[in-house]
Design a binder for this molecule. Structure first.
Ligand SMILES: Cc1cc2nc3c(=O)[nH]c(=O)nc-3n(C[C@H](O)[C@H](O)[C@H](O)COP(=O)(O)OP(=O)(O)OC[C@H]3O[C@@H](n4cnc5c(N)ncnc54)[C@H](O)[C@@H]3O)c2cc1C
Length: 456
């Protein structure tokens, strides 16, 4: 059988590895000029992910091939948080070291909320993360056991209310799945455990180095790659391979038509719907981002920092209303001669494209000014990436697809598209959700699910 994988991000790379392991002739197409997807980078400067969590997911994929993953080093402190009044907080995995920076009341709240995050993560992981999309009966089983403990009637802000510093600190983790934290369900608090309880890791060369290592592994296994190849459509058929049922038998690109027996789409789910001429659902999309990519004239320490805005709630009200925040919270990552600054923004579903084009240069200058006053860096060269740039890999620039808002919002779209028999949709916009480790799992498990469905 011949398989085509579309998208050489983390999900596409692991899907291709899984298909190849089953002996399928596998071709991976990507419109970009190299592997990595959102992590492709700008000559070494990150364009997307900077933080690795759940390193065992990476280890287990390399172990499937008897290969060594790139070295992943724990980062400590995990992240350095700053508030406008000068308060700083640098949590570590070591609870004593963390508590030493907090008041007695904050220590109590931190321990309680960390325990709560752990309980939510442990309760959800086997149903929602490390398995196929849950069936109705699995959901019902979760609902009756751990789901009842997951505060189904509470919003995230209600669950994590713990004073002026710890509240925004705990709210922010929901943005890692594309949420506006003030509209997120309490269960998204589980993400805090992944970082604060299980740790943050760094790879030499950043996240692009992980994509490159997977790419080399896939090439060594015999996966073929065609970069600079943009998919423009999928051809479907109802006769032949699956009589009476629709399936994909061709992938269209400007370079020509590729015949295929099965397809893994590891791009944004909305792109796949477009190629099939299916309507895009009108649900709310999650957040986008505006980034500054900076090359430095001298090396600086490896760090992750967050500079909170003066009023976190107001910042998210602005984003909700479709504006760029006037006083955004900054995420800053520095690593040797590279620096990356990111702020949350609305997606292009709410931000008007033409207005954004007109505002981008001034917004970038405002961010540079804010950075200079908070954390001066020896910037030699920089460029901005707005939601319009991110829309090349993310529909409307929404980095994680559908907004995970409301009680069922945390449930990601599943792997099927229509009732196509030989296509699986994987990646950060579907089950089990955004973030590098979950995209790796999505690709690996989604490809395995399709093989099983086809009786392999
Ligand atoms: C700014 C930012 C910061 C982030 N920070 C973190 C972080 O610190 N830690 C973390 O774990 N996660 C982070 N994430 C999320 C993480 O980057 C993503 O969840 C993950 O990279 C998604 O991988 P993927 O393989 O699903 O999709 P993608 O990386 O989007 O890959 C999809 C690929 O499909 C290709 N493609 C799209 N359309 C076509 C077409 N028509 N034809 C051919 N190819 C096509 C694209 O070129 C792309 O290479 C961040 C994301 C962003 C954008």
């Amino acid at each position: 059988m011949r398989a085509i994988v579309i998208g050489a991000g983390f999900a596409g790379l692991t899907a291709a590895l899984r298909l190849r392991r089953w002996g399928l002739e596998t071709l991976l197409l990507d419109k970009q000029e190299g592997p990595g997807g959102k992590a492709i980078g700008w000559d070494g400067v990150p364009t997307g992910p900077t933080v690795l969590t759940l390193p065992e997911v990476v280890r287990s994929i390399f172990a499937e091939f008897g290969a060594e993953p790139p070295a992943m080093k724990p980062v400590s402190p995990l992240t350095r948080y700053h508030w406008p009044d000068g308060r700083e907080f640098a949590p570590e995995l070591d609870l004593e070291a963390t508590a030493a920076q907090l008041s007695p009341q904050e220590t109590q709240d931190y321990r309680r909320l960390l325990g709560e995050a752990r309980k939510l993560y442990e309760g959800a992981k086997n149903t929602f993360l490390f398995a196929e999309p849950p069936t109705l009966s699995k959901l019902a089983r979760y609902g009756l056991s751990d789901g009842l403990q997951a505060h189904p009637l509470l919003s995230l802000p209600q669950l994590v209310e713990s004073g002026p510093y710890l509240t925004p600190f705990f709210l922010r983790f929901a943005t890692y799945l594309g949420a506006n934290p003030y509209q997120a369900p309490a269960v998204l608090h589980n993400i805090a455990w992944v970082e604060l309880g299980l740790g943050v890791y760094h790879l030499e060369g950043g996240m692009r180095a992980l994509a490159d290592a997977l790419y080399q592994l896939a090439k060594a296994q015999g996966v073929e790659f065609s970069f600079g190849t943009e998919v423009t459509g999928l051809e479907t058929e109802t006769e032949g391979l699956f009589p009476g049922m629709p399936y994909v038998d061709g992938v269209l690109t400007p370079q020509g038509h590729f015949d295929t027996d099965l397809v893994v789409s590891a791009t944004d789910r909305h792109f796949t719907l477009g190629w099939l001429g299916k309507p895009v659902p009108d649900y709310e999309l999650g957040v986008a981002g505006f980034a500054l990519l900076m090359r430095l004239s001298e090396p600086v320490a490896l760090e992750h920092r967050i500079y909170f805005s003066r009023d976190y709630r107001k910042e998210w009200q602005e984003i909700k209303s479709g504006s760029l925040s006037t006083d955004p919270t900054l995420y800053l990552h520095t690593d040797c001669e590279n620096a990356f600054l990111l702020v949350n923004t609305p997606s292009l579903q709410k931000l008007e494209r033409r207005k954004l084009e007109a505002e981008s240069q001034n917004y970038a200058q405002m961010l540079l000014g804010k950075l200079k006053s908070l954390h001066p860096l020896p910037i030699a060269e920089w460029k901005a990436m707005s939601p319009i740039d991110y829309s090349a890999t993310a529909y409307q620039g929404a980095l994680y697809g559908r907004a995970p808002h409301g009680l069922l919002g945390a449930l990601r779209p599943n792997w099927t598209v229509g009732n196509l028999q030989n296509l699986v949709q994987v990646g950060g916009t579907v089950h089990p959700g955004g973030g590098v480790p979950l995209s790796l799992l999505s690709g690996w498990n989604g490809a395995g699910w399709l093989l099983e469905r086809l009786g392999r």
